[in-house]
Write a protein that binds this ligand. Sequence first.
Ligand code: ZN
Length: 151
Amino acid sequence: MERTRTKGRMSDARFDELRGLLEERRREIVDEVHHKMRDVRDENAAAPVQGVRDEAEISEAEIQDDIEFAVLQMKAETLQKIADALHRLDEGTFGYCDECGTEIAERRLRALPFAARCTACEQARETAIERRQNLHAARRGAASLFPDVAA
Ligand SMILES: [Zn+2]
């Protein structure tokens, strides 16, 4: 019995399901971002006029803003990933590993609908990134010990 798997020939059921997963995830994030934006606006509206806050309050507010910005940035990146995944779904390359081309396990796609790699390739990649980051951290650490040399 010969079964050849061609890219883009996934069943309609799988296509619809994956598309549903992605769109649902996208809606969730868009909702979250909208809530967040509204919260920020409300906070700004409720914030006391400038000059009333002391320095500690201001720096605390700045840290909070930084955190919120980082969260929004992360969500924006996720939305971008979902948009890419939807595009790849239409192209017929979604659901297959970017690296090795094998079909990504259904279970993995459920947990991570915009996964671009199979578990094995993702792990290999993460290990490589971690190694690089550790190397950078080690370099930064060494550099901070000798600021004069690094400068
Ligand atoms: Zn792979």
